[in-house]
Design a protein around this ligand. Structure first.
Ligand SMILES: Nc1ncnc2c1ncn2[C@@H]1O[C@H](COP(=O)(O)OP(=O)(O)OP(=O)(O)O)[C@@H](O)[C@H]1O
Length: 682
């Protein structure tokens, strides 16, 4: 009989942990709630909570229950009960006695798995990483952190994870989070973190893991206040949507900025100039003035009749009340609600002076009298945010009155609709208009704040969009992720300080990630030739990938661009993994036709790749945040020309060039943009 290997022991622990998880799930399923719930509503709530717990206890086939082990040199508690060996996994698993078999990666004891080093072992003697095939344990790798003689080496398991083919949606990185990433993941809930990172440095991954970490550490608080992940578009959200559920977090909302502010139906499109002005932070002041413009001073005194008595409040006193409220830092709507009570109070003071003893009920009754209501209507009229914005964009005089000294006459003209809209319903609202309405709504009534918001691809937001996001975490915190070099909107931010100011998070810490996990060295170097033109202050990312990757630039024969692109796709399909054909948006229909003609089926971004459907045709405008094992890039010059100005075009090209995990083939008919071509020749 052969001797048992350490791997056999680990497999036994895995089998035992799986059995323990099944038992935990069976316990949850067997919970009888009939006796503990007094009423139907409670029963429903409890049943749904138990349902979620059962779901979260599922042993996901194919994902390992634990991926690491820590042996501390000493037991972590005084009586030695807690032991000194911990298996680190996606969720907590305990045996029938309640003793831990697997510790959640987010627990404090797990932290050294990510951060301990030879220089700072953090009490850890041995760190073991496990390798898996499917759900089966196949390998392990040890580091003896307290042994100075052992050489530090890079983890082969980490390399394998980074270099695995990428078919399917984004996966979690919980087994291989790097120390500098972990610091961001575990930064406290109270603070906002802003991460600048080159393509593929793991910003999205880090943001999602931070949400999972925060939910673990502050479960109750965040369950009450809510968490939200904001991404650039639906296809991106579909690409990332399975990461949090895989980490056991099923209740995080995901949305685009457009969806957050969807108060009206968006059917119109602004030109770049109009969108830029509408997205400018100066619009906040224009709106503030416009909302407040309805406030009027009363024209006559008030008479309230109660029984046989007439109570009079002179006009100057009403004026004082209105002026005092207008001077307060209150939402328009709250002030409007306070006004009748203030007026009623003035009446009550008179009643008391006359020897009456009115109570709160009398004050409420006075506040509701037609006379008081009439004053409120005259002095503090209701504001409908959408109607207000409609008027600003339709009525030049109204706009001029409130934009005076803020927007130039040319700017005012630029945002005025050519044909004034008749109604909120019929107006051709643009995405930027919806953000203005959201701002106006917040001036009338405070927008509720969530506990934590993750904003991905943050560089692309306009100042007004930042404000819309900022008010959704005004009393909470945020994780802001982005890359200035990938800003492709005309209003993309030039500095994180400016973005954070618009978000209302000036105390945020800005961190930088520079290790790239996606793009091969040669490819990132090629793309980085564009940096001097698109973000001169940023330095090139490194690549931690060891596999060389491939980069090829092909000039198509005259008239043969489509054929050359199809040929490149065919070649890529001979290899393992996903393929993205990225092209200028305008080229997409032609390429879709060429692929179909060649008998190559293709997907659209957001549709899940599978072993049988691996080729996605990606319009350059949707490439951001996505990745493919092989990228075929159609005509870079067309990608650049598809944007209103050259810098934006080059940034769009930079995004497209940095989607490849293993190989990039650039196929061009038109000459390459100078920066790519010149450096290539050098
Ligand atoms: N620590 C890690 N271990 C393994 N893989 C990682 C790690 N960090 C990031 N990755 C992988 O690198 C790839 C890029 O990560 P991600 O998409 O989060 O980068 P990004 O910075 O958001 O990129 P972009 O700027 O293009 O949006 C993903 O496949 C991710 O899973």
């Amino acid at each position: 009989m052969s001797a048992r290997s350490p791997l056999d022991d680990e497999r036994d622990h895995l089998a035992a942990s799986r059995a323990a998880l099944r038992a935990m799930r069976a316990d949850a399923e067997a919970l009888d709630i009939r006796d503990v719930t007094a009423n139907w509503v409670n029963a429903e709530v409890l049943a749904s909570e138990i349902g979620l717990r059962i779901k979260s206890l599922a042993d996901l086939a194919g994902t390992p229950l634990f991926f690491g082990r820590l042996d501390y040199s000493e037991a972590l508690d005084e009586d030695g009960e807690a032991g000194h060996r911990f298996y680190i996994g996606r969720r907590h698993v305990h045996d029938a006695d309640g003793d831990p078999m697997v510790i959640d990666w987010r627990a404090p004891v797990s932290q050294p798995f990510y951060r301990a080093s030879k220089q700072d072992p953090q009490g850890v003697e041995l760190r073991r990483r496990f390798g898996y095939e499917g759900g089966e344990l196949t390998a392990y790798e040890d580091e003896r952190l307290s042994d100075p003689a052992e050489e530090a080496k890079t983890s082969a398991l980490l390399q394998r994870e980074i270099e695995r083919p990428r078919v399917g949606p984004m996966r979690d990185i919980v087994a291989t989070i790097q120390p500098e990433q972990d610091e961001i993941v575990r930064s406290p809930l109270s603070g906002t973190v802003c991460v600048q990172g080159a393509p593929g440095t793991g910003k999205t991954a880090v943001g999602l893991h931070r949400v999972a970490y925060l939910l673990y550490s502050h479960r109750e608080r965040l369950a009450r206040s809510g968490t939200l992940v904001i991404g650039p578009n639906r296809s991106f959200l579909r690409y990332i949507e399975q990461v949090l559920p895989a980490l056991g977090e099923l209740e995080v909302k995901q949305a685009t900025v457009d969806e957050l502010v969807a108060h009206v139906e968006v059917r119109g499109v602004d030109g770049a100039a109009a969108a830029g002005i509408k997205g400018d932070a100066r619009m906040a002041e224009v709106l503030r003035r416009a909302v407040r413009s309805g406030v009027r001073m009363p024209t006559e005194g008030l008479v309230v009749v109660r029984g046989s008595r007439h109570w009079r409040v002179p006009v100057y006193e009403l004026e004082e009340i209105v002026r005092e409220l207008a001077g307060r830092d209150m939402r328009y709507g709250s002030a409007r609600e306070a006004l009748p009570q203030r007026i009623a109070h003035a009446v009550l003071v008179r009643m008391e002076a006359a020897g009456e003893a009115p109570d709160d009920r009398v004050q409420n009754a006075v506040a509701r009298t037609p006379a008081v209501k009439a004053v409120v209507k005259e002095c503090w009229p209701l504001v409908d945010p959408a109607k207000l914005v409609l008027r600003l964009l339709s009525d030049g005089d109204f706009l001029a009155e409130h934009a005076e000294g803020i927007l130039t006459p040319e700017e005012q003209k630029e945002i005025l609709w050519e044909r004034p809209a008749r109604s909120v319903k019929s107006a051709r609202w643009s995405a930027a208009d919806a953000v203005l309405i959201d701002e106006a709504r917040d001036l009338v009534e405070r927008t509720g704040s969530l506990g934590h918001v993750v904003l991905d691809e943050a560089q692309d937001l306009s100042p007004m969009q930042y404000r819309a996001v900022g008010r959704r975490c005004s009393t909470g915190s945020a994780t802001i992720l982005g890359d200035i070099a990938q800003g492709t909107t005309p209003w993309a931010t030039e500095s994180w300080a400016a973005a954070l100011a618009h978000l209302g998070k000036t105390d945020a810490v800005v961190e930088e990630l520079t290790q790239g996990f996606r793009v091969p060295r040669e490819v990132i170097a090629y793309a980085s030739r564009l940096l001097p033109a698109i973000a001169p202050e940023l330095s090139e990312a490194t690549s931690v990938r060891e596999a060389a990757g491939s980069l090829e630039v092909r000039l198509a024969a005259p008239g043969g661009l489509d054929a050359a692109v199809v040929a490149a796709c065919r070649e890529a399909l001979e290899r393992e993994g996903s393929i993205g054909l990225i092209a200028a948006d305008a080229r997409v229909p032609a390429l879709a036709g060429a692929l179909a003609e060649a008998g190559l089926t293709h997907l659209a971004p957001g549709q899940e790749t599978s072993a049988d459907a691996r080729l996605t045709l990606v319009p350059a405008s949707l490439a951001k945040g996505l990745e493919y094992d092989y990228v075929v890039l159609d005509d870079p010059a067309a990608v650049v020309d598809g944007e209103p100005d050259e810098r934006t075009g080059l940034r769009r090209l930079y995004v497209a060039l940095t989607r490849a995990v293993s190989g990039l083939t650039v196929v061009h008919a038109a000459p390459l943009p100078d920066l790519l071509a010149t450096a290539a020749a050098a």
